[in-house]
Ligand binder design. Structure first.
Ligand SMILES: Nc1ncnc2c1ncn2[C@@H]1O[C@H](COP(=O)(O)OP(=O)(O)OP(=O)(O)O)[C@@H](O)[C@H]1O
Ligand SMILES: [Mg+2]
Length: 235
């Protein structure tokens, strides 16, 4: 069953505001789907609308079999969609463990068990569990943000520019972690500036321009396409 189906999505920040102008998007089980495109194309707006922070004015968003368009973020999270925003995605003055607790607020009874699983998946979080999040390195902080998202045991993880500001090495390590998430059964939608590297670890790519679909297809095919390289990937 398709994990996520987005059909003819129209959404924006104020009533009548059409930033997304009829967008189509889908994620299949165990896929990493990459979303790229110029600044202001609507990539973050798409993730925010799926996560319920913005309400669609037209179109459908279906997660597994459930229409979720227009539900509150809290309810969307309960259905199994986790969103990792680009900025302010951890609480700097809380410890790593307290941050995980915040991530698991939806289901406090399962908190300990889930936190153990997340710390087993990311051992660095166990080692740093008592440390304030603001004392982590950029890469460690992004892992914590992903760890918080995993606390709801999501079927789909939405990541908005997770490698922004990271060194090439840290970015590559994070990409490897994203592959590991896919390998444990998560579906992933990944927005990236770092287009070529993100496409290289993804199954399919959507290129958005001005709130619309421009090109999509298997990432290997898009990466091998000269015109797409010239127009979107800097040669
Ligand atoms: N909070 C907001 N209020 C009003 N308009 C916004 C807001 N955030 C973004 N926009 C507008 O929505 C459009 C799409 O922005 P969005 O952030 O989705 O682009 P993006 O593709 O994520 O770009 P970037 O690559 O720069 O992150 C832009 O024209 C932007 O000005
Ligand atoms: Mg953005």
């Amino acid at each position: 069953m398709t994990v996520l189906t987005v059909e003819n999505l129209v959404a924006g920040y104020t009533p009548g505001d059409q930033i997304l102008k009829g967008l189509n998007f889908r994620v299949e089980p165990r896929e990493i789907v990459c979303i790229v495109g110029p600044n202001g194309a609507g990539k973050s707006t798409l993730l925010k609308t799926i996560a319920g922070l913005l309400h669609p004015s037209e179109g459908r968003i279906v997660f597994a079999d459930t229409p979720i368009g227009g539900l509150r973020p809290h309810d969307i999270s309960r259905h199994g969609i986790a969103f990792v925003p680009q900025e302010h995605n951890v609480f700097g003055n809380m410890t790593v463990y307290e941050n995980l607790e915040m991530g698991g607020y939806i289901n406090p009874r399962q908190f300990r068990e889930r936190a153990e699983e997340v710390m087993t998946h990311f051992p660095i979080l166990r080692r740093k569990r008592g440390q304030l999040a603001k004392t982590l390195s950029g890469g460690q902080r992004q892992l914590l943000a992903v760890g918080m998202a995993l606390m709801v045991d999501p079927g789909l993880v939405l990541l908005d520019e997770p490698t922004a500001g990271l060194s090439p090495t840290a970015a590559d390590e994070l990409f490897q972690e994203i592959i590991r998430l896919r390998d444990v059964g998560k579906a992933i939608a990944l927005v990236e500036q770092n287009a070529r590297d993100a496409m290289a670890i993804s199954d399919r790519t959507y290129i958005l321009v001005d709130g619309r679909n421009n090109v999509d297809g298997p990432s290997v095919e898009l990466l091998a396409n000269k015109d797409i390289n010239r127009m979107f990937l800097g040669g």
